[in-house]
Design a binder for this molecule. Structure first.
Ligand code: ZN
Length: 181
């Protein structure tokens, strides 16, 4: 459960990472930092911290902060109504991120599926993003990502974000979980 204490702790840490990445945010944005723990109660293993800059009908921009080894679980963004689903570009700003998408599985993955939930990580084509490197994901494509040993700050540019429609491989994940306290 995302308690006030855990939320505050994660927000303070997230700000330290933004600082390391040289990314300034306003006080207004700081108090709106989101902490996603997906209802799994294991934030430092499966979780994500987010600053949402903009999310309109046509575009969305966010900063994603991941602590060392922290994982955004496998999911896809399905079509909604007449729209094909969310297209996302991830650009690493600081640290290192291991991104996994469908395709040839890597032999020795740098990322590790979170303990006890290995079966919910099914795509293993590995893309390593260092600062200044980016990757664009097509809509409705399964993906998951994990920070390297120092953590990571990743900018996300996308079409409209509708978290409530996201489909997760892990059936215990609640996509509509509250992300702020
Ligand atoms: Zn996604």
């Amino acid at each position: 459960m995302l308690t006030v204490e855990l939320y505050n702790e994660a927000v303070i840490k997230a700000q330290e990472y933004l600082k390391k990445a040289g990314i300034a945010i306003t006080e207004e944005e700081r108090v709106q930092i989101q902490v996603a723990e997906y209802g799994l109660d294991d934030l430092y293993s499966i979780g994500l911290e987010l600053v949402v800059y903009v999310n309109t009908e046509r575009c969305c921009a966010k900063e994603l902060i991941l602590f060392p080894g922290q994982t955004c679980p496998e999911h896809r963004h399905p079509p909604v109504g007449d729209e094909p689903g969310k297209e996302e570009t991830f650009r690493c700003r600081w640290g290192k991120v291991y991104l996994y998408v469908p395709g040839e599985p890597v032999k020795n993955p740098k990322g590790v599926a979170p303990k006890g939930r290995e079966k919910y990580f099914s795509v293993w084509n590995e893309i390593v993003l260092n600062p200044g490197e980016q990757y664009t994901l097509q809509p409705n494509t399964f993906h998951w990502f994990q920070a390297g040993p120092e953590g990571a700050v990743v900018s996300e540019f996308s079409t409209k974000s509708r978290d409530e429609y996201d489909i997760y491989t892990d059936p215990d994940i609640n996509p509509a979980q509250e992300r702020t306290i």
